[in-house]
Design a protein around this ligand. Structure first.
Ligand SMILES: [Zn+2]
Length: 255
């Protein structure tokens, strides 16, 4: 048995293709290599693996947020986020992701979702009435039943953002690396005071592109300096999936 395994390993190492395939497999966030450009870019995601078939389905994200309905009865976002004293930041090869300790909640109407992690896209994935932003942050929440709700926040180029700067110098630059930053941080402070939002039903914006995600993109954008935006863009390069067809879905605005 052992001999066979060693033989297999030698064969795998001698074969360039298999070796590259294995190298791509090292990212823990995904089993099969996908990218934002080239032959494994967004147009090919559904073909890369059977697990990614949903990427070609009809209710995908991101989309352009042009309002179809203003619904003043949409519930307000109630956020009860905890203060953290340590931020574990993971560079997973596609984005920098900050895992959030349990105990922080988003309540919307009768639904409750726990904040799991937040991460960055440069430029933005959603556009608002056709407008792209240089940076979009996604705060990923999960209900106890496993349903996802993601809050998107847009950033424009402006003044240096002090809250981001608190951990910006420690962002992990290499893929598959986790860095911990000891800092007092509450993601609530990363959001604008006005929590008016756009909402629609979509998907994860990365493979496996699973649908059934409740998207909430805040209307109010925030500012970050050009140096801050450049710093994260240099780590991740372009990591925004192009906007997808709406296919009859409605974009609602809270007010
Ligand atoms: Zn995202």
């Amino acid at each position: 048995m052992k001999k066979n395994r060693i033989l297999l390993l030698i064969v795998a190492m001698l074969s360039g293709t298999i070796f590259i395939f294995n190298a791509c497999n090292s990212h823990e966030e995904h089993a099969t290599h996908w990218d934002y450009k080239g032959e494994n870019g967004p147009a090919s995601w559904a073909k890369i693996s059977g697990d990614y078939a949903a990427c070609d389905d009809g209710h995908q994200s991101p989309i352009d947020l042009t309002v179809d309905v203003v619904d003043t009865l949409l519930p307000a976002l109630i956020l009860n986020y905890e203060m953290l004293t340590n931020l574990p930041m993971l560079n997973n090869g596609h984005t920098v992701q900050i895992n959030y300790a349990s105990g922080s909640w988003l309540n919307i109407g009768d639904s409750a979702y726990q904040l799991v992690q937040f991460h960055f896209h440069t430029p933005s994935e959603h556009t608002i009435a056709g407008k792209s932003y240089p940076l979009e942050i996604h705060l990923v929440h999960k209900s106890l039943a496993g349903n996802l709700a993601v809050i998107g926040v847009m950033f424009e180029e402006g003044q240096e953002n002090a809250l981001l700067q608190a951990f910006w110098d420690a962002l992990p630059k290499e893929a598959d690396k986790t860095v911990e930053k000891a800092v007092s941080f509450n993601a609530f402070n990363m959001l604008p005071a006005d929590l008016a939002y756009y909402t629609y039903d979509g998907s994860l914006t990365t493979p496996p592109c699973s649908e059934g995600v409740r998207w909430i993109v805040l209307k109010t954008s925030l500012g970050a300096s050009k140096a801050q935006i450049d710093a994260i863009h240099q780590i991740m390069n372009l990591n925004a999936r192009p906007v997808q067809e709406k296919n009859g879905r409605l974009v609602k605005a809270s007010r």
